[in-house]
Design a binder for this molecule. Structure first.
Ligand SMILES: [Zn+2]
Length: 481
């Protein structure tokens, strides 16, 4: 299965400068390809019958290296070529209906450069006494364009990959890569089939229902609670305060000025801190759950987080005057929902559970907080307060979140046995899938020809591309080209 890694790395200021230059040039080439394509397509739309040509989807970039762009000659050509490869990959994603057409990469926010094995090397560090490999040194650059050894911190085991991304976001550098660990990932289909051998009572034993809330981010049907630690809460609050202060300062400074930029960077750093803490909590929560030997089935309620965090609608009275609509309260609630990592925890748990041969499913969310887990009685009076649940029919009393967790677990078991366990698997990015054997196994060996050499063409190539073209051209020029 594919294992992804993301490690912090620490380039020196001089190294960072070179890497930033590489990042900028790769983005320039990518955007140049996007611009060229958009230009030719808008031209072809108007007069395809006269010219009959779209711009080809290829990896050419020499046309962008002119007297006006001398800086492109200062970076390795591989960096530039990889820019076009990324663009081509994005295009083939579009043709296989996995995304939109490639769009311009922005100059702000997270930035990264994709390096293939020509430009980096992991050299093993061998312990002199035991002869064991204790880690790796990462060397970046080539003979002509040396960057040197870049320090990085690996917090878990990994294998040296065949290509890697180096990214910077709000002052923090990371390297990220993935490799195939040669084990076969159990599929959700097989896991479902295996789980369906059990009866309802047995299944209930190995199922945990997970209730997501605003006051408590995640509560399990077994009484487990997952929340931020008091220290994290305190720090998040402090960082939020700092962020607001700097946002205010930024808004008062002249846009584009040095001090404005300084404030902008501060805001970005505080924002990133919050995101880091939340991702950390989501990883730890999902890991604890996935490794819990008691459970084979995890049930979430299906929440449309995007819909739930929409802005409050404006309200008008009969005369058409604007009324209070509780926008401030709603935006506070939205913030709380987004800050409680509802989505992230589920996404992480999904892949971690799959690796363990376990299953994550979603059940409808209606009245899960008002239903009694013991007798099934649904009434809004059942929930006495935020945390207390007392059934009005059978007097069953529980913590409200745990009761909801049990209801969700029960629904999950029912749904699984009814054969409606998992949703249809989503199509995934298929760019590297076929070539995956080459990646990771022998770094560097097969890279030159395999990576990025996906067959994409408007005229021929892979079938989805061809199909998409026929659709497009017939729609535009009924007479045919
Ligand atoms: Zn009851």
């Amino acid at each position: 299965m594919q294992i992804g890694n993301r490690f912090r790395c620490y380039p020196t200021p001089a190294q960072a400068q070179v890497l930033l230059q590489w990042i900028g040039c790769q983005r320039y080439i990518y955007n140049a390809k996007v611009g060229e394509d958009q230009y030719f397509r808008s031209f072809a739309r108007k007069s395809l019958t006269h010219t009959g040509e779209f711009a080809p989807i290829d990896q050419q970039y020499s046309q962008f290296k002119t007297e006006l762009t001398p800086w492109l000659s200062e970076v390795p050509s591989i960096v530039l070529r990889n820019g076009t490869v990324l663009w081509k990959q994005a295009y083939s994603r579009y043709f296989s209906k996995l995304g939109g057409r490639p769009n311009f990469h922005k100059k702000h926010g997270k930035q990264s450069v994709w390096l293939t094995s020509e430009l980096f090397e992991f050299t093993p560090v061998v312990d002199a006494e035991t002869g064991e490999i204790t880690g790796h040194q990462l060397h970046i650059g080539s003979k002509k364009y040396p960057v040197g050894f870049v320090e990085f911190k690996a917090h878990k085991d990994y294998k040296p990959p065949a290509s890697l991304h180096i990214s910077i976001h709000a002052g923090h550098w990371h390297i990220s890569f993935n490799y195939d660990d040669k084990t076969i990932e159990p599929s959700d289909k097989d896991t479902t089939a295996w789980l369906m051998q059990f009866d309802a009572a047995e299944l209930r034993e190995m199922t945990v229902g997970l209730d997501r809330g605003v006051a408590l981010p995640l509560a399990g049907s077994d009484g487990q609670q997952f929340d931020f630690t008091p220290v994290q809460d305190k720090r998040l609050a402090a960082q939020e305060k700092h962020k607001k202060r700097w946002q205010k300062r930024q808004s008062r400074r002249t846009k584009g000025s040095k001090n404005w930029l300084k404030a902008k960077r501060k805001v970005a750093r505080y924002q990133r801190y919050g995101a880091d803490v939340r991702r950390d909590v989501a990883h730890k929560t999902s890991c604890t759950l996935a490794l819990d030997q008691r459970y084979k089935l995890y049930v979430f309620e299906a929440l449309k987080v995007k819909n739930m965090t929409k802005k409050a609608k404006p309200k008008q009275d009969e005369q058409g005057r604007w009324m209070r609509n509780g926008a401030a309260a709603k935006s506070g609630l939205n913030k709380a929902i987004l800050a409680s990592t509802w989505g992230q925890t589920q996404v992480f748990l999904q892949y971690k559970a799959r690796r363990q041969g376990k299953l994550v499913i979603e059940v409808p969310a209606h009245y899960s907080s008002q239903e009694c887990a013991a007798c099934g009685h649904i009434h809004k009076d059942n929930r006495v307060s935020q945390s207390v649940f007392v059934c009005q029919s059978c007097q069953h009393t529980d913590h409200a979140d745990h009761n909801a967790g049990k209801v969700i677990a029960g629904r999950g078991v029912k749904q699984l046995l009814a054969g409606k366990g998992v949703k249809k698997e989503k199509k995934r990015c298929g760019i590297l899938r076929n070539k995956v054997g080459a990646v990771g196994s022998e770094p560097g060996a097969a890279m030159h020809s395999t990576l990025g050499e996906t067959e994409v063409s408007r005229l021929g190539g892979n079938t989805p591309a061809l199909w998409s073209l026929t659709q497009e051209t017939t729609a535009r020029t009924p007479s045919g080209v």
